[in-house]
Write a protein that binds this ligand. Structure first.
Ligand SMILES: C[S@@+](CC[C@H](N)C(=O)[O-])C[C@H]1O[C@@H](n2cnc3c(N)ncnc32)[C@H](O)[C@@H]1O
Length: 201
């Protein structure tokens, strides 16, 4: 990430934005279960809010220095900070009750790799588990903020189809000044007469 991110993501203002505006809206009414995987935690502003909602939070961070800083920050808590790549999550199928991703997907350089991240989230979720996430909307300001950095923002209108194609059965997407999404992995087949959201029917 570039210098702009280094300056912003560790600030009290950024934490307040996530804690007050984003996380309650996305995850406030969601049962996150016992085991949560957070992908792309950065300095851990979202992790600090999320960790109080679960028994165990695994924070999977690509940047080894950021993962080491997270280990220090959350030492002795229920947060396990690990270095790893969300496009190839090193955990078995059905390991987590929930997966969270905040302000992170636009740092994944291609659509195909973003789909891999979403598919990996689906794979490691237990049946009935939920993906919760948010990201910034595309804008000139956001583009400029990412000078010399990856900038691949989500197209909100396409997100529903992408999540359904991966297999998520129940999807809610909110678009205001950000995109927020909650998507559930089904526990059972769709009831008779109802199309499974993932079958394209
Ligand atoms: C813009 S920061 C967001 C941090 C935090 N979620 C927040 O909202 O404050 C994106 C983070 O995702 C991490 N990241 C990027 N690609 C990743 C990948 N493939 N796997 C795991 N983490 C990744 C980056 O290193 C960075 O820490």
């Amino acid at each position: 990430m570039n210098e702009n991110h280094a300056k912003l993501l560790g600030t009290a203002e950024w934490a307040a934005f996530l804690h007050d505006d984003i996380l309650p809206a996305v995850a406030g009414d969601v049962d996150l279960g016992d085991d949560l995987l957070e992908i792309g935690p950065g300095p851990g502003a979202a992790s600090e809010w999320l960790r109080h909602r679960v028994r165990r939070l695994v924070a999977l961070e690509l940047d080894p220095a950021a993962a080491a800083a997270l280990q220090d920050r959350f030492a002795g808590t229920n947060v396990e900070a690990v270095t790893g790549d969300a496009t190839a999550v090193g955990y078995p199928d059905a390991s987590f009750d929930s997966v969270g991703t905040f302000t992170m997907l636009h740092h994944i350089p291609t659509l195909a790799l973003q789909n891999k991240v979403l598919a990996e989230a689906f794979r490691v979720l237990r049946p009935g588990g939920t993906l919760v996430g948010s990201d910034s909307l595309p804008s000139n300001d956001l583009h400029h903020f990412h000078v010399d950095d990856t900038y691949n923002p989500l197209e909100p209108a396409a997100l529903l189809t992408r999540l359904q194609t991966i297999g998520f059965a129940k999807v809610a997407i909110t678009v205001d000044w950000s995109v927020k999404f909650v998507a559930t992995k089904a526990t059972e087949a769709a009831p008779p007469g109802a199309a499974d959201a993932s079958d394209g029917a």
